[in-house]
Design a protein around this ligand. Structure first.
Ligand code: ZN
Ligand code: ZN
Ligand code: ZN
Length: 368
């Protein structure tokens, strides 16, 4: 373990002793994920400090660590934006929370709280938003993290720490896609791409809960059984890069699907477009890799098809997701819990597509 290079952290972070955290000083291969000792956060006026019980490992973490994703990223950083734990310190104005409360975060640590977007339930899009795990010391690959209260929800007793950690990003984003942006309704035919991944396994359950006929696409044959157990009416195992649209058409009487929930992006773009029925809706949720795509707009508007975007999760969507977990409507799929020093192996497995659902790390568990 390496001690922190002084100077990289704001003064408030020196007040409360040290903690263990994974600090990324430079982007690159998985070995840049090294455990360091860094200052423990103290809360700003409208913040709470959470002892991290669990933190989900997201494909965005992998893209940030490798350097593929750069937008808003400032090094050094502690990755991790899918956090649950107990409140251990409360800022002077953070009156909604008490020390000891069980909480979960959205993907952000700060928003402005008063712009038009913030006031209308779209705070995930606030121009002042700051993403957890993208800048400096605010991330969940650590024993403690400080977060503004606007980005935190209380966790029902029925929901475990591991489940609560992934509620916002892995499940709430899919709730946003299926319910709020996609407006999936009973009897519609929905295809989930990348259905075995952290988003896909939950989008699948939510589309089922909405009453849809669900087609789960995956490139991993060994995930097919799980996808059926989670409620898929059909599982389509395709090769990487395969245009599987003819197979989708066959499974839908020649029509294609009414809704695509796309967690993959560029690698399935052409196949997803050709799989979409006339008047279909296409939710862009995830993007693996950095390649651009090309298409002719007429290919879409002549069939009255729409492309829509789904980004992140509001606090309300997080609260709704936690309630759906507590009521047994959606079952979080967590394949493994691990410790900070295992993160290089976890990132490697994710790059190889070998992870089903989510892996969570339990950085602050030992000190509880
Ligand atoms: Zn260092
Ligand atoms: Zn995430
Ligand atoms: Zn705002």
């Amino acid at each position: 373990m390496k001690a922190l290079d002084a100077g990289a952290w704001p003064e408030q972070y020196y007040a409360d002793g040290i903690m263990k955290a994974v600090v990324v000083h430079e982007t690159g291969d998985v070995d840049v994920l090294r455990v360091h000792e860094v200052p423990r956060p103290t809360p700003g006026p409208d913040e709470i400090v959470i002892r991290v019980a669990a933190c989900g490992v997201c494909t965005l973490d992998v893209a940030t660590r490798s350097g593929i994703y750069r937008r808003g990223v400032e090094l050094p950083l502690i990755p991790g934006h899918e956090i649950s734990g107990r409140v251990v310190a409360v800022g002077a104005k953070a009156i909604e929370f008490l020390v000891g409360d069980r909480v979960a975060t959205t993907q952000r640590f700060a928003i402005c709280g008063h712009c038009r977007l913030c006031r209308n339930g779209y705070e995930a899009l606030c121009t002042q938003r700051r993403f957890l795990g993208q800048q400096g010391f605010r991330g969940g690959y650590a024993e403690y993290v400080a977060v503004q209260v606007d980005n935190v929800a209380k966790v029902p007793d029925e929901v475990s720490d591991e489940q609560a950690a992934i509620a916002a990003c892995a499940i709430g984003t899919s709730l946003n896609a299926v319910r709020d942006v996609g407006r999936v309704s009973m009897g519609e035919r929905v295809m989930i791409t990348g259905a075995g991944g952290g988003l896909g396994v939950h989008a699948l359950q939510l589309a089922r809960a909405a009453g849809a006929w669900v087609l789960a696409q995956t490139t991993s044959p060994d995930k097919a059984d799980l996808l059926v157990r989670l409620g898929a009416h059909e599982v389509l195992v395709s090769d990487r890069g395969e245009d599987f649209s003819d197979r989708v058409k066959k499974l839908t009487g020649g029509d294609g699907v009414d809704v695509v929930i796309d967690n993959v992006g560029t690698p399935v773009f052409d196949a997803a477009r050709r799989s979409l029925a006339t008047n279909g809706r296409w939710m862009l949720v995830g993007q693996l890799g950095g390649e651009f795509v090309s298409f002719n707009p007429a290919q879409l508007f002549l069939k009255n098809q729409s492309i829509m975007s789904v980004h992140s999760t509001s606090k309300t969507q997080l609260e709704d997701t936690l309630a759906l977990i507590a009521r047994g409507v959606v079952h979080p799929v967590i394949s493994m819990a691990c410790e900070l020093d295992q993160l290089p192996l976890v990132h490697r497995s994710m790059e190889e597509g070998a992870v089903t659902g989510r892996v969570v790390i339990r950085a602050g568990r030992a000190s509880s």
